[in-house]
Design a protein around this ligand. Sequence first.
Ligand SMILES: [Zn+2]
Length: 87
Amino acid sequence: MDLASMETCVRTVENQESKAQRETAMTTGQDVRELGLYMSNCCNAEVIFGVSDCFSRCPNCEGLCRWDLEEELISWEQLQEEEVEAA
Ligand SMILES: [Zn+2]
């Protein structure tokens, strides 16, 4: 396998993962789809966004950036709903 086809392989895997994990681009100005701790791709700055927010610029370099979901957070409303369902 030469270098070029190896690179294609890696790209394909990355594309599949990103399709499964996120349906929409998580970039500055886009709506936040789920509450969580997000990390900016440029500076690894961690910010918590909620569903009523839209992704901000990177707080570190103030540039437009892409955000990766670092950790999903559960809101109090969700917790209460789950408790009701369990009861
Ligand atoms: Zn940045």
